[in-house]
Design a protein around this ligand. Structure first.
Ligand code: GLC
Length: 537
């Protein structure tokens, strides 16, 4: 059986504003990324995904695109992008771009035309609607970033819909011209040689054509984002999405070996629909369950089983531990469990996506009120919803600004940067960075970990354990989510076993073991051999 690169490989997300600033303006850029590609190689990842680097007024830090086929001058130029792509390829890596199809910037020429007059040929490229009888918004739809999702346009007397900021008007994906234009955006980058796209808010592209009100959400809790007050029945995950996704897939399939990864926050039973009924959807609908679930061995064991059980035949799993919209894993599980989380991410069946900085143990960084950048936090303050804390500059070394920039960075650098940085962790054989490198090396050298079968091992309490198996090779992964030791009997699993890796990085690889005595907060990968005695469960 052969596997595609995106099935075997590991994706590494870079948030370009915060990775490395090469020109001293305090904001990361493409040359900065280019200069740190060898670091990516040294980690052992396979593909780099860049959050948007396109022309944009930056109202939502690049998720408001004003030209889909050009690079923002702050990040570089198109020729520099081509150079970066070439250097990525030279190193045997893949490059994935962000594709933002749901909305453009209000400064995009399409929207400028569209808002010109009610009879403008591009009017229908966006979602315009007459006011309600009382002059208010056409219906009750809410913006994900607070308030009504409708913005009144004085000049033409209608409202336009924006699922996010008013500077991010939603495109009308029912319009064939919009579909064609956005398909051409994909082709533009695919022809240049990019290996695929992460598709922004994919499940939101189509809205109800009868503009029905969303129902209230009886489960809403104060403190949740205001738009959770409604069930987004008519604004997301609409039945027409199937064809839209299949259309995107057909375009990427015009080119060999490319991938679509969908950003989709939905319950698993709906999420898996985005694989498509004949796997004609996206190859990887992002699985965010590890970002959203309590850090509890039993709960996570259950969700893995459910997810595995609900995947369509041939649907390839994937796992995400961090991204630019959610609190960093370290801030959620603490230092003691961050290593267990790393081992879980890189040993589960399916493509893992890592988030820059997690590999050195970067934490959420508190942002002083005067330095808040995120429009979500500015619109909906005080609920802790802001995303700046997980977007702070990469910590390269102990010099000023953590070696990210010679200038004051756009977001503050973490206070812990003199210890938590690439340079000092490079020199420490037991650092979390060393652990990530070991895990990625093992994953690369052991097909059982990258493409093998997944079989749960029955455990209790704070232990999560499973076996990965391929080509006769069987690896046990045992993760102690608790602070107390845990004795795992191997009697029913294997006659002999030897340790390959501990999250503590202090066990001699190859040491034979009888039972597995795990210390608190320890995870271990062990190679099993001999006849399996009593089955796994
Ligand atoms: C996605 C992005 C997020 C952005 C939003 C609007 O959720 O990940 O950062 O703000 O879409 O484009």
């Amino acid at each position: 059986m052969s596997y595609a690169w995106w099935q075997r490989g590991v994706v590494y997300q870079i948030y370009p504003r915060s990775f490395r600033d090469s020109n001293g303006d305090g904001i990361g850029d493409l040359r900065g990324i280019l200069e740190r590609l060898d670091y990516c190689v040294s980690l052992g990842i396979d593909a780099v995904w860049l959050a948007p680097v396109f022309a944009s007024p930056m109202a939502d830090f690049g998720y408001d695109v004003s030209d889909y086929t050009n690079i923002h001058p702050m990040f570089g130029t198109l020729p520099l992008f081509d150079e970066l792509l070439l250097e990525v390829k030279k190193r045997g890596l893949k490059l994935i771009l962000d594709y933002v199809p749901n909305h453009t910037s209000d400064q995009h020429p399409w929207f400028r035309e569209s808002r010109g007059s009610q009879d403008n040929p591009k009017r229908d490229w966006y979602l315009w609607h007459d006011p309600a009888a009382d002059g208010g918004p056409p219906n009750n739809w809410l913006s994900n970033f607070g308030g009504s999702a409708w913005q009144f346009d004085e000049r033409t007397g209608q409202y336009y819909y924006h699922a996010f900021l008013k500077e991010q008007p939603d495109l009308n994906w029912r319009n064939p011209q919009v579909r064609a234009a956005m398909h051409d955006v994909l082709r533009f980058w695919l022809r240049r040689g990019v290996d695929g796209f992460r598709v922004d808010v994919l499940w939101n592209l189509i809205k109800d054509d009868q503009w029905r009100d969303n129902p209230p959400n009886p489960a809403y809790q104060p403190g949740q984002p205001p738009h959770h007050n409604q069930i987004p029945l008519y604004t997301s995950d609409r039945p027409e999405m199937r064809q839209i996704v299949a259309g995107l897939r057909r375009v990427t399939d015009e080119f060999a070996d490319r991938i679509l990864i969908g950003e989709i926050y939905l319950p698993v039973e709906r999420l898996v629909a985005y694989y498509g009924s004949n796997l004609d959807g996206v190859q990887l609908p992002f699985n965010f369950q590890l970002l959203q679930s309590a850090w509890d061995a039993r709960g996570i064991a259950r969700l893995i089983d459910e997810y595995e059980g609900k995947l369509p035949p041939g649907g390839w799993p994937n796992w995400v531990l961090g991204n630019h919209d959610n609190p960093r894993i370290l801030s959620r599980v603490g230092v003691s469990q961050a290593r267990v989380a790393a081992m879980l991410l890189l040993t589960l069946r399916g493509t893992p996506t890592m988030y820059y900085g997690d590999e050195i143990g970067m934490d959420n960084v508190p942002i002083p009120p005067g330095r808040v950048q995120d429009p979500f936090e500015k619109n909906v303050p005080g609920l802790g919803l802001g995303r700046d804390p997980c977007r702070t500059p990469m910590q390269w070394d102990g010099s000023a600004n953590a070696g990210f920039s010679v200038a004051e960075p756009w977001l503050p650098v973490s206070d812990d940067y003199t210890e938590v940085n690439v340079q000092s962790e490079d020199a420490d054989r037991q650092s979390i960075l060393a652990l990530y490198r070991w895990l990625l090396t093992l994953r690369r050298s052991h097909p059982a970990l990258s493409v093998g079968k997944y079989e749960p091992v029955a455990t209790t309490g704070h232990l999560l354990a499973f076996v990965r198996e391929a080509q006769g090779q069987r690896l046990l992964v045992a993760l102690n989510f608790g602070a107390d030791p845990y004795e795992l009997s191997l009697d029913s699993i294997s006659s002999t076993a030897r340790v390959l890796l501990s999250t503590h990085l202090d066990r001699e690889p190859g040491t034979p073991i009888q039972g597995l005595g795990l210390r608190g907060n320890e995870g271990v990968i062990a190679e099993l051999s001999g006849v399996c005695c009593g089955g796994l469960k």
